[in-house]
Design a protein around this ligand. Structure first.
Ligand code: ACO
Length: 323
């Protein structure tokens, strides 16, 4: 049976670091409030020259280098983003051009913070269907551009960045010991739209708009939704929390991550945390965390890795992958 194996991973962050203390002249907040409520200490903010396309390109190049491949070896690009460079064409196509890739196909996916988990699942299905052998899956965001910098309840939470993986179809035995994506589960429920959305768009206001969030409402649903899809992938694969080597959750809030891990029975030392340094980078957060944990040697070949995300829509999903 064909499996979509992660052959390479890479990431890119803007060079400008914005620490919690840097907000103190901008909105009425404090380092203590932000750390206590979210675990965030700093985030990266894109310069005028840095865009979703440039960060996505840099992450893609890093993933290709770690896979020892070139753009010529890639059949398709799937970019998860809610902050594209333009309304159209897809920023994935712009990244395709930046990589000098003039074959195959590229498209964007929009599932807000769940975007990377959605993109990984869609890329996996292209590989399993024989439509592509190698797919570059990127999560790239510049949320700093859609924040209301006068709203303390949202502007302190987000950051910019990008991460990418190269997925490659390889033959497996059809068991959970195979390398590659073992199971995935996607969900959405549009009745929650008003709790987390951007108040603009081409078909409504004709403007880009700003992010609006009822944080407490999102928080209330997050843990139940995350654990729901994780239990689904556990059931599909016939594994339990004890079998997981690494838990790489969407990095929105340390309290949500801790509560989810506790509810699932996943030990604290198996949880990869980057929210303290990246804030919430939406679709980039999971691949950024993956790149860090692979880069520092924590995630190794053969490890069972659990990915999850939850975000605007609401959307939520989980992917179980043997590294
Ligand atoms: N600094 C100081 N005080 C603040 C700040 C701030 N930056 N922001 C809010 N406050 C105040 C509020 O005004 C409120 O004051 P009040 O009691 O006088 O009204 C008080 O702090 C408490 O506010 P809450 O919203 O109840 O704080 P809470 O503990 O819920 O934390 C937070 C807020 C961090 C937003 C939390 O609810 C959260 O993380 N929610 C989930 C967000 C999330 O997971 N998003 C994921 C998806 S993101 C995506 O898809 C794009």
């Amino acid at each position: 049976m064909m499996r979509s194996v992660v052959r390479g991973v890479g990431s890119a962050l803007p060079s400008r670091v914005m620490r919690n203390a840097d907000f103190e002249g901008i909105v009425d907040t404090s380092d203590e409030w932000i750390v206590q409520r979210t675990g965030i200490r700093e985030r990266r903010i894109a310069s005028d020259a840095e865009t979703t396309a440039s960060l996505g390109e840099a992450a893609a190049r890093a993933a290709l280098a770690s896979a020892e491949l070139t753009p010529d070896d890639i059949d398709a690009i799937v970019l998860a983003t809610s902050t594209p460079n333009n309304t159209f064409p897809a920023t994935a196509v712009e990244i395709q051009e930046r990589l000098g890739m003039h074959h195959g196909f590229a498209f964007d996916m929009q599932a807000v913070c769940s975007g990377f988990v959605y993109a990984l699942t869609v890329a996996d299905l292209h590989i399993l269907a024989g439509k592509a052998r190698r797919v570059l899956v990127i999560g790239a965001e510049t949320f700093s551009r859609i924040l209301d910098w006068t709203d303390r309840t949202t502007c302190v939470l987000f950051g910019d960045g990008a991460g990418a993986v190269v997925l490659e179809g390889q033959e497996g035995a059809g068991t959970t010991t195979d390398r590659g994506i073992i199971a995935s589960s996607l969900r959405s429920d549009g009745s929650h739209k008003e709790k987390l959305y951007v108040d603009g768009g081409p078909s409504t206001t004709g403007t880009v708009g700003h992010l609006r969030m009822e944080g407490r409402e999102v928080f209330k649903h997050a843990v139940a939704m995350i654990t729901d899809v994780i239990e689904d992938v556990f059931a599909q694969a016939g594994v339990t929390a004890a079998d997981i080597d690494w838990f790489v959750p969407h990095q929105a809030n340390k309290r949500i991550i801790d509560a989810s891990a506790r509810k699932l029975g996943i030990a604290e030392e198996k949880v990869v945390i980057t929210v303290d340094r990246h804030g919430n980078t939406s679709a980039a957060s999971v691949p950024l965390a993956l790149a860090e944990a692979v880069g520092d040697g924590r995630i190794k070949k053969g490890d069972l890795v659990l990915l999850e995300a939850m975000g605007g829509g609401f959307t939520w999903g989980a992917v179980l992958v043997r590294w």
